[in-house]
Design a protein around this ligand. Structure first.
Ligand code: ASP
Length: 337
């Protein structure tokens, strides 16, 4: 039976055109793309193209926008065999991570892609990326949210934007690629996710719930106190050094983390290294964090951690439940130590 794919345009450079103040999403992009792809229809799965009501430059994205992208996918899940989401590259990895949690147990491919050069400009990578995404969206062995860009298909909650101007703009530093795009599309079946049971949830997500703080020389506990005193903030991600180290000889930091624990703030420790994982108990400075209830974020990317924390704080009932789920992989987003 022929596959049917829904292409959802959420915004981004792929569908932008020059305006007096720079690139902006163009009017009628979805219809124009549909007409352009129709010329190649005999080489592609059957597809429909829809657009979000207000396509955006993805630099404007807020967590609540993830619900607006997930909603049409959930509503039309049974009508299609696969989905392509066209998205700006700036926050594509964040949205791919968020969709992997909102569409927990997806039993069909959801492929995000975009472009570095707008579709209607010379040397654009748009159509190549869309063609590859459509072909992956018709592959029934793929049952997860993935990112297709340049020459690679990656797990959505493992990928990161690595380059602002290369066509291979994304990478998956801590997990193998799902497929390579060459003359053939070579899917590595061993790397694909065996999804858990389908459990779609699309709760409202508020903007200020989760904060990210990069540890740097001289970081003071006052910064952590300021974030944890904000009643809207319920989760804090620390991007620490190496395998998860913070300066341990600064008493203001540990005192601020103690106060954060008293407030039931969920604190997650990630490495600021591009590749690798936290092993919090390796050094005395990290082990002190474990005693303060800080959770070892293993090899989560910052994007996946941010989305997972938003999702869990929206669906779990208590901070204790959030902590339990943070330590476990839910949909291939981490490999515990
Ligand atoms: N600012 C654009 C966006 O993220 C960049 C892009 O799409 O490449 O929407």
């Amino acid at each position: 039976m022929a596959s049917r794919v829904l292409v959802l345009y959420a915004g981004g450079t792929i569908g932008m055109a020059p305006s007096p103040d720079g690139l902006r999403p163009m009017d009628g992009f979805a219809e124009r793309l549909h007409a352009a792809l129709a010329e190649d229809a005999h080489r592609l799965p059957h597809f429909d193209v829809q657009s979000l009501e207000h396509p955006i430059d993805s630099a404007q994205l807020r967590p609540g926008d993830w619900s607006a992208i997930a909603a049409p996918l959930i509503a039309q899940w049974d009508a299609y065999d696969g989905f392509v989401v066209l998205h700006g590259t700036d926050t594509l990895a964040w949205t791919a991570s968020a969709l992997s949690f909102l569409l927990m147990g997806a039993d069909k491919p959801v492929i995000l892609t975009g472009a570095q050069i707008p579709w209607l400009q010379a040397r654009s990578d748009a159509l190549g990326n869309v063609h590859a995404a459509l072909q992956f969206a018709a592959r029934r062995e793929i049952r997860e949210v993935a990112v297709c860009f340049g020459r690679t298909l990656m797990r959505g909650n493992r990928c990161r934007k690595r380059a602002s101007s290369d066509f291979d703009a994304f990478d998956s530093p801590n997990a193998p690629a799902l497929a390579r795009i060459g003359i053939d599309l070579q899917v590595d079946e061993r790397a694909l996710l065996s999804p858990p049971a389908r459990d779609f949830r699309n709760p409202p997500l508020s903007t200020d719930t989760v904060e990210l703080l990069t540890v740097h020389p001289g970081l003071s506990g006052r910064r952590i106190d300021a974030l944890s005193a904000d009643p809207a903030v319920r989760g804090l991600i620390l991007l620490s050094y190496g395998v998860g180290n913070l300066p341990s000889d600064d008493p203001t930091l540990s005192a601020a983390l103690e106060r954060a624990a008293e407030r039931e703030l969920v604190v997650l420790n990630l490495t600021q290294c591009w590749q690798g994982r936290v092993a919090q108990d390796t050094y005395a400075s990290g082990a002190a964090l474990s005693r303060l209830g800080v959770i070892d974020g293993a090899d989560l990317t910052p994007e996946a951690a941010f989305a997972k924390l938003h999702y869990l704080l929206a669906v779990a009932h208590t901070p204790a439940q959030v902590r339990v789920h943070l330590r476990q992989p839910l949909c291939g987003e981490m490999r515990p130590g």
